[in-house]
Ligand binder design. Structure first.
Ligand code: F6R
Length: 244
């Protein structure tokens, strides 16, 4: 595991974008596993800027996102599909037919999960998986639990996640209670993993994830088992860690 210490969120965003850009330059037809939420917004801004400057070409890139809320149509401004369109897909020359997210409006959960796993398999797996981490240590929407769930599935969101995501919605009642998420096994199957963590409120859980026991109670701790993980965290997020 390589751990890069960023000075602040701007520095973290630049370093993250540099790693993603290097992946695209080295393999223009790569498969990126992408995340939503606050953590990657700055990195996406950098990628858009470098694309506009002519330094990056997304035309052959494929993307598979980690998750999508259940029950939100893609046109809903809080859906992750909409988020990706706003922050990245709508601003670069990516082929929208090669950007994949679970369909939050599907009627048949199990079929949707199988369909999504099949998409990931058919594109040849993920070259670089970008991950944020929740305040409770979740990755994707793999919430703390009694076991590590392997495959894509529909999950109930933890109360702490609903509260954390409340900031994006008009009221807490509007935050969806369920989401589709790729599983821990699907995440670990990525050839490289890039975990980004910002802010002092995640310092304790980041320390547990990186240096504590590997346990389903801290889902991100499973990353200690993966052979190619890069962590980019800012000083605040590393403030409880042995690296400080
Ligand atoms: C989002 C995702 C989540 C977030 C995590 C952190 O696609 O999979 O695991 O990465 O909840 O969210 P932020 O970055 O908003 O703190």
């Amino acid at each position: 595991m390589r751990i890069y210490r960023a000075k602040d969120y701007a520095d973290l965003s630049r370093k993250t974008a540099q790693i993603i850009a290097a992946q695209i330059i080295m393999k223009p037809d790569c498969v990126l596993g992408l995340a939503t939420g606050s953590s990657p917004v700055g990195a996406y801004e950098n990628l858009v800027k470098w694309y506009e400057e002519g330094a990056l070409d997304f035309s052959a890139v494929t993307t598979v996102n980690l998750d999508e809320y259940r029950g939100l149509p893609r046109e809903n401004a809080q859906s992750y599909d909409y988020f990706m369109q706003e922050h990245l897909f709508g601003k670069v020359n990516i082929d929208r037919s090669r950007t994949f997210l679970p369909d939050g409006m599907t009627q048949d959960d199990e079929q949707e999960c199988r369909r999504y796993e099949e998409i990931i398999r058919s594109v040849g797996g993920v070259d670089l998986q970008l991950l944020g981490m929740g305040h409770n240590g979740h990755i994707g929407f793999n919430e703390p639990g009694s076991c590590f769930e392997k495959k894509t599935r529909c999950v109930d969101l933890a109360e702490s996640t609903i509260r954390a995501n409340r900031r994006f919605f008009a009221s807490e009642e509007e935050v969806p209670r369920q989401a589709y998420t790729v599983g821990i096994g699907t995440i670990l199957a990525a050839r490289r993993i890039l975990l980004i963590v910002s802010g002092k409120e995640k310092a304790g859980i980041l320390n547990q994830a990186l240096f504590g026991p590997i346990t389903p109670e801290v889902p991100a701790s499973i990353l200690q088992f993966h052979g190619d993980v890069t962590v980019v965290a800012d000083e605040a997020a590393l403030s409880c860690s042995e690296l400080k």
